[in-house]
Design a binder for this molecule. Structure first.
Ligand SMILES: [Zn+2]
Ligand SMILES: [Zn+2]
Length: 135
């Protein structure tokens, strides 16, 4: 009887431990059970309130919420930077398109000139031909 009771209790303990692992929040390794609430920017590590007071007093600590916010802020400034780069690229592209367009126009102008010259020559030749016929 005693044996089976012990066995059951052991099984329950195991389950309980498993549940605790599943839903654990980040807790301090130095102070088990203490939640990590702060980020020490000097030591680049997360601290519980006890750590912050005992081992890291005077260090540059901020709450994890603040740190998360800072990360978000720096991310959005990165996004702004990327957007700026994209804008610059677009402007460069517009410039290139503009140059291409003017090259195109120059080309068209050249073609027009050639056509005009060709027409002149053709007309001259036609005149010569008609003159020739008249002669
Ligand atoms: Zn701690
Ligand atoms: Zn520290």
């Amino acid at each position: 009887m005693e044996e089976s009771d012990c066995h059951q209790m052991g099984a329950n303990d195991g389950n309980g431990k498993h549940d605790w692992l599943e839903k654990k929040e980040p807790t301090c390794t130095t102070h088990p059970g203490k939640k990590l609430k702060y980020y020490d920017e000097d030591c680049k590590q997360m601290l519980c309130s006890a750590c912050a007071v005992v081992n890291h007093s005077g260090h540059k600590c901020s709450t994890l919420a603040d740190t998360a916010k800072k990360c978000k802020d720096s991310n959005s400034s990165k996004i702004a930077q990327v957007q700026k780069q994209v804008q610059e690229l677009k402007e460069a592209e517009n410039l290139t398109t503009g140059v291409m367009h003017s090259l195109d126009q120059n080309y068209q102008h050249g073609v027009d000139l050639i056509n005009a010259e060709t027409n002149k020559v053709q007309r001259k030749n036609e005149k010569k031909l008609s003159l020739g016929r008249l002669d």
